[in-house]
Ligand binder design. Structure first.
Ligand code: SAM
Length: 204
C-alpha cells in the first residue's frame, strides 16, 4: 500500500500532467515518509531511479535511494549528485531522447524534480506562506544547477497561496515552457497549499 495519503496528490498530478515517464531519473525533495517516492518509483519503473531527500529518515523503499539531511545543505546535495551520476545509465537506456552523459559529471542527471517540502506550520500565516515559498524557490534554484535538471525536464513544487505567489509563478514561467497551478482533490480544501506544475525546463 501507499505510505502516505499525500501519495494520492502526486498520482493525480501524474494523471493530469504526465510528469513521470518510464526510465526517468527523479529527485524528490521533502520525501518523508515516502508516499511520493513510491508513486514515482512505480511510474519510472526498473529502468528509472528515484533519489529521495528529507530531514527525517525514510524507511527503505524498492527503487528509491534515500539521502537524509537538509536539502539546502551543500554536503547533502553532493550525496545526491553522487547517486544521480550512478543512476544515469539506466535512464539513458530507456529514454532515446536524452543525451548520453555516462562519465560526464557536469551533465544534468535528473528528468524530474519534485518538492513537497514544508516545515511544520507555526500558525502565523504570512510567515508560513513565506517559508514554504522560500523552499519552492530553493527547489527552482537547485533545478538550475548544471548537474540537476535536464533541458525539457519537469518540476513540481508545493507552495502556499498568498503574498508572493505571483512572483513565484513568474519565476517558474521564466524557466519552463508551461506552468500551471494545480490543487489536487486529495489536498484538503481548508489548506491553502497548491502545486506549481512546471513542464519543459529551458536550460540555458
Ligand atoms: N511527499 C511526502 C510523502 O508523500 O510522503 C510528504 C512530505 S511532507 C508534506 C514535507 C516534508 O518536507 C517533511 O517530511 C519535512 O521533513 C520535509 N522538509 C522540510 N524542509 C526540508 C528541508 N530543508 N530539507 C529536506 N526536507 C525538508
Amino acid at each position: 500500500g501507499l505510505r502516505a495519503r499525500s501519495a494520492f496528490k502526486l498520482q493525480e498530478l501524474q494523471r493530469q500532467h504526465g510528469l513521470l515517464r518510464r526510465g526517468a531519473v527523479v529527485l524528490d525533495l521533502g520525501a518523508a515518509p515516502g508516499g511520493w517516492a513510491q508513486v514515482a518509483a512505480a511510474a519510472v519503473g526498473p529502468a528509472g531511479r528515484v533519489v529521495a531527500v528529507d530531514l527525517l529518515p525514510i524507511d527503505p523503499l524498492p527503487g528509491v535511494h534515500v539521502v537524509t539531511g537538509d536539502a539546502r545543505d551543500p554536503l547533502v546535495l553532493e550525496r545526491v549528485r553522487a547517486l544521480a551520476r550512478h543512476g544515469a545509465a539506466g535512464a539513458d537506456v530507456a529514454d532515446n531522447d536524452v543525451v548520453d552523459d555516462n562519465g560526464d559529471d557536469d551533465q544534468p542527471a535528473f528528468d524530474v524534480l519534485l518538492s513537497d517540502m514544508a516545515h511544520s506550520f507555526t500558525g502565523h500565516r504570512s510567515a508560513d506562506v513565506a517559508r514554504v515559498q522560500a523552499l519552492c524557490e530553493f527547489a527552482l534554484e537547485a533545478a538550475a544547477h548544471p548537474w540537476v535538471l535536464r533541458n525539457g525536464g519537469n518540476l513540481v513544487c508545493k507552495f502556499l497561496r498568498g503574498a508572493g505567489e505571483h512572483e513565484l509563478r513568474a519565476l517558474c514561467q521564466q524557466l519552463f515552457t508551461k506552468v500551471v497551478v494545480d490543487k489536487p482533490k486529495a489536498s484538503r480544501k481548508e489548506s491553502s497549499e497548491a502545486y506549481l506544475v512546471c513542464l519543459g525546463f529551458k536550460r540555458h
